[in-house]
Design a protein. Structure first.
Length: 136
């Protein structure tokens, strides 16, 4: 198991999240999450402790890619890594995100938007991670 590759995947997860939930879909995500209605003072207060959330997310990503690396290690090459990552995404990530989006009080439009933003991020992340882990 290549621990450097796992670390690289976790760093890439944070970078992709920054871009995905920032310039790409940040405004829409803020809107559907109700964050666009939060005043500047409350937002500033929320940002004070956000480092704990980023640290937790990073540690969860390390664990996630450690497990993915174990499965990718049973196959060979980039195609095996991407195939394994896609299989895990479609089998575990999609149903989990779908259930959290379905069972809420949001409209169908908001639920689908949340689903596509979150599932899209996870798909991009898993394909990149599968590629990195398969290449290493």
């Amino acid at each position: 198991m290549n621990y450097v590759a796992i670390l690289v995947c976790a760093v890439l997860a944070m970078a992709l999240g920054f871009v995905w939930y920032g310039p790409l879909f940040g405004k829409k995500w803020m809107e559907i999450s109700g964050m666009d209605k939060v005043d500047a003072e409350r937002r500033k207060e929320m940002m004070r402790g956000v480092w704990k959330l980023y640290l937790t997310q990073f540690l969860l990503a390390l664990f996630q890619f450690f497990v993915l690396a174990w499965y990718v290690g049973t196959l060979e090459g980039i195609s095996g890594g991407v195939h394994t990552a896609f299989s895990m995404w479609i089998a575990f990530i999609v149903p989990t995100i779908a259930s959290t989006c379905m069972w809420n009080n949001d409209s169908a439009k908001v639920s689908w938007t949340k689903f596509f933003i979150q599932a899209g991020y996870q798909l991009a992340l898993f394909l990149i991670a599968g590629w990195v882990l398969g290449a290493w």
